[in-house]
Design a binder for this molecule. Structure first.
Ligand code: AMP
Length: 414
């Protein structure tokens, strides 16, 4: 029997309901901040990621789902969406007049990763990007939106970690210091770090190997090398977050894996997910639009993993809150026509009701309803038809009472 491809999975049932709830919440919160949805193709030319995420990154180095299509184009199933969004902005000349552009996206991403709990080869992200504004105020606004989104999902144990990675101009001095630090204890670092120290020394700080993390004790910190403007920017953001009551901690090791970050880098961790698990990653990437061939436009954004968020929601809240609708069970031919017209009326009023159309007996219908976790069985037999009522059975409580037909919508809404 055929199975889903390794690392991919089907979404249905409780998990799918959480995905829906999360996506609905994201759309609502992002829209009220003035962010518009964008959908870019899953396939992009490989250059889009080589030039943005960077050739020295793990994503580009080992994790890309890439292939030649039938026309001989070297394409990639997108590993993330920021690069695609920027490519679209440039292609459609949406950044030419200096107006801010606020965008969000929801969709599947693909990385050829080793399988672990909560890590998949096809996974989903929600992200928001703000183009055209370089101020710490825009970062605060964007983070407020992120936290409103997480709060509306009922998440509480959240830690915001922030850092400034400065600008390309102030990084060489820091790179020199970290290289010297590295060379003095070279043998304690992993092979990947030896490669990283040449290609992009900042990435050594990102290494997850415990030995490397230990060897990093006392390393030079980027915040000591910031230019004056970056220092002021960072101070202002911290001031704003404090005034807005968004708690944060500074993490000088937080550099994020991508080449295009400038100044602010941040992560949101959830202690409900276990120690190492970042839920959200983001930051400022003022250099990227120009780097991909567009105008010089500052940008700030984040991406959140929907899969982990859904796991977290399930842990915190259990069953998805969208209860299965009531089931209307007609008994007999007359009742089955009446049930169709009644249901039509209730559907038109926006009620969620499922209809038993198999013509099975009551016992069978109730057994299925119980298996599906339906809340109410509304039974419509000859005597109910005559009286203008349904026998409403609360399947959880096992109780039953008569509801006049015209009261059904109000009673279900309660
Ligand atoms: P990144 O784009 O690597 O900064 O990741 C942003 C977020 O996407 C992470 O914090 C995770 O929640 C999620 N994520 C990244 N890779 C995967 C994966 N392979 N499976 C599931 N979620 C992922």
């Amino acid at each position: 029997m055929a199975q889903a491809v390794k690392g991919t999975r089907d979404l249905f049932g409780n998990e799918m309901k959480w995905f829906q709830r999360i996506e609905d919440t994201a759309r609502r919160v992002c829209s009220r901040h003035g962010y518009e949805e964008i959908r870019t193709p899953i396939l992009e030319e490989i250059e889009v990621f080589k030039r943005s995420v960077g050739e020295s990154s793990d994503i580009v180095n080992k994790e890309m789902y890439e292939f030649m299509d039938k026309g001989g184009r070297h394409v990639v199933m997108r590993p993330e969406n920021t690069a695609g969004v920027v490519r679209a902005m440039i292609q459609h000349k949406l950044l030419v007049n200096n107006d801010p552009r606020l965008l969000y996206y929801i969709g599947p991403m693909f990385r050829y990763e080793r399988m672990q709990a909560g890590r998949y080869r096809q996974f989903w992200q929600i992200g928001a990007e703000s183009f055209g504004v370089a101020s710490p105020e825009s970062e605060a606004e964007n983070l407020m939106m992120l936290f409103a989104f997480l709060r509306e999902l009922g998440l509480k144990h959240l830690n915001l970690s922030i850092n400034s990675v400065g600008t390309p101009e102030c990084r060489p001095a820091f790179h020199k210091a970290i290289r010297e630090f590295f060379q003095a204890r070279e043998e304690r670092f992993c092979e990947d770090c030896h490669r990283r120290i040449e290609a992009n020394p900042l990435r050594v700080l990102d290494c997850k190997v415990p030995g490397c993390q230990a060897a990093l004790a006392g390393h030079p910190v980027i915040t000591d090398y910031l230019d004056e403007a970056s220092r002021q920017h960072h101070a202002r953001l911290k001031e704003l977050l404090t005034a807005l009551g968004i708690p944060f901690e500074e993490n000088p090791r937080l550099v994020r894996g991508l080449d295009y970050y400038t100044r602010t880098a941040f992560e949101v961790l959830s202690s409900d997910l276990g120690a190492q698990s970042a839920l959200v990653g983001g930051g400022r990437y003022d250099g990227l639009v120009k780097h991909l061939g567009g105008p010089e436009v500052p940008a700030f954004g984040w991406a959140i993993g929907l899969d982990r968020l859904a796991i977290l929601m399930q842990q915190l809240h259990g069953e998805a809150p969208l209860n299965p609708p009531a089931l209307l069970i007609p008994l007999g031919e007359a009742a089955s026509l009446k049930a169709l017209t009644l249901a039509q009326d209730w559907w038109d009023q926006g009620l969620a009701i499922q209809l038993e159309t198999r013509g099975v007996n009551l016992k069978k219908a109730l057994t299925s309803a119980n298996r599906q976790g339906t809340r109410f069985a509304l039974i419509l037999g000859d005597s109910e038809l005559e009286k203008g009522v349904v026998a409403a059975r609360n399947l959880g409580a096992g109780t039953q009472e008569e509801w006049p037909l015209e009261e059904v919508p109000a009673r279900l809404r309660n």
